[in-house]
Design a protein around this ligand. Structure first.
Ligand code: AMP
Ligand code: ZN
Ligand code: ZN
Length: 420
């Protein structure tokens, strides 16, 4: 009887999971590569979430090590602040800092809209009005180049009314073999319909890093599995015989945090006067009553006692590009509370997971991400120093011969170092 109940439980659970998962490919009709674009090379932009800059060496990811040796290896890639998933994935594809493109955190409050954005809220994730900048696939499609996405932050929303020609709604249930097959199928399409820019996203290493910490055997296993999947993908793509360039990046790294002595919301924060957003290493306070900012700031400074740093959006260090000057959509809080690693704010009774990210990447090297690139357009055996993730956009644009005139934060200097 017990066994039967257990079986029933699993049937209900898995059918619930499948009922929710929407795994069908979305295709925008009528999109075609122009004759000029058909002559362009191909780029597969892969992101392995939370793949810290040193993981390939730390865990001997043999396939990635061999692939980067054929191409380019950066000592690390510095994420933008805050070193979280959504802001950084969207920075990579827009060339703008989070405050500039508007996706300032995984969860944030927009005082002008009087609404919160959250990665768990599909109605927001799929609403293009939250996203600034011009993602690479929008740039491509506007110039009559077909693009495809097997997941990327922003790809499910019509941004400036445009999604990739082929895309999927985010779901972790599709087996890797099937995702790889889809990429190969895309590359085997007739030239007019074949995507020249493909994004591909893998969440597993981040999940393991959070749950078990960056030094755990489970994280090592996740890195090794991902490394095998990269080999499967590159081998499968090689069968097409096309000039495909691979750019392997991550959004941020991972560090073991202090799970025991977490910081509560400071007593100086009156929640009747402030809306509290965030947690962990970055807490943002939005004043409901602007006259409360000055006095609360002073009280917080006195209360902090070295446990955390207190800023207003006007005196936040400029190098973080997260203050008033960079904040296009006025989404950054009036007061910001930042912790140093490994300290975190934690407002629930559940113990936090051992691994986390979000810290200032200039102060915490463990926040640094990965950048490797290989393929016919890239120099071979090229090692370069660490650079900021805002510079990936101009590189991809140059590789695909896409033009842009809008202002971004990234500069064109990376292409000269890495392209043949
Ligand atoms: P974090 O690593 O804490 O910044 O959280 C990011 C989470 O976002 C990861 O665990 C992913 O599973 C999830 N994620 C990535 N892409 C998407 C997407 N397009 N839609 C919803 N969730 C996503
Ligand atoms: Zn991430
Ligand atoms: Zn994460």
């Amino acid at each position: 009887m017990k066994r039967y109940l257990l079986f029933l439980y699993f049937v209900v659970l898995s059918s619930a999971a499948f009922a929710q998962a929407d795994t069908t490919q979305r295709v925008a009709s009528g999109r075609r590569n122009s004759p000029e674009q058909q002559k362009k090379p191909y780029v597969i932009l892969i992101s392995a979430d939370g793949f810290r800059y040193d993981y390939a060496d730390k865990y001997n990811a043999t396939n990635l090590k061999a692939l980067r040796a054929q191409g380019v290896e950066a000592a690390s890639m510095a994420p933008s602040f805050p070193s979280k998933t959504f802001p950084n994935h969207y920075t990579i594809v827009t060339g703008m800092y989070p405050a500039t493109h508007g996706l300032i955190n995984n969860v944030f409050y927009d005082p002008q809209r009087k609404q919160s954005y959250s990665i768990g809220d599909r109605s927001k994730v799929e609403d293009g009005s939250w996203y600034g900048g011009t993602p690479l696939w929008v740039l491509a499609e506007k110039q009559q180049m077909v693009s495809a996405s097997y997941f990327w932050v922003g790809s499910e929303a019509p941004i400036q009314g445009i999604r990739p020609t082929y895309y999927y709604r985010y779901s972790e249930v599709v087996p890797m073999e099937s995702r790889i097959k889809t990429v190969v199928d895309w590359l085997n399409l007739p030239e007019e319909q074949r995507p020249h820019l493909i994004t591909f996203y893998l969440p597993e290493v981040d999940h393991a890093g959070h749950r078990f910490g960056p030094d755990a055997p489970e994280t090592e296993k996740a890195v090794k599995e991902l490394d095998e999947n990269i080999k499967k993908l590159t081998d499968a793509v090689a069968t097409t015989g096309l000039p495909v360039n691979f750019i392997f990046v991550s959004d941020h790294g991972m560090i073991k945090i202090n799970q025991e002595n977490t910081l509560p919301l400071p007593a100086a924060v009156d929640t009747a006067k402030f809306l509290v957003s965030g947690g962990g290493m970055v807490v943002e306070l939005h004043a409901k009553d602007k006259t409360a900012i000055k006095s609360t700031y002073k009280k917080l400074k006195a209360e902090a006692d070295g446990k955390y740093k207190v800023y207003t959006r006007n005196n936040l260090p400029r190098r973080l590009h997260y203050g008033t000057k960079d904040d296009t959509y006025k989404r950054v809080g009036d007061i910001l509370l930042l912790t140093d690693a490994p300290k975190v704010f934690h407002f629930s009774s559940r113990k936090p997971s051992p691994g986390a990210h979000g810290y200032d990447p200039d102060k915490v090297k463990e926040m640094h991400a990965t950048f490797y690139a290989w393929g016919p357009a890239f120099k071979a055996g090229q090692k370069i120093s660490s650079f900021k993730n805002i510079h990936v956009y101009p590189l991809v644009a140059e590789l695909l011969g896409l033009e842009y005139t809008h202002k971004i934060d990234g500069k064109k200097k990376l292409s000269k170092k890495v392209l043949k």
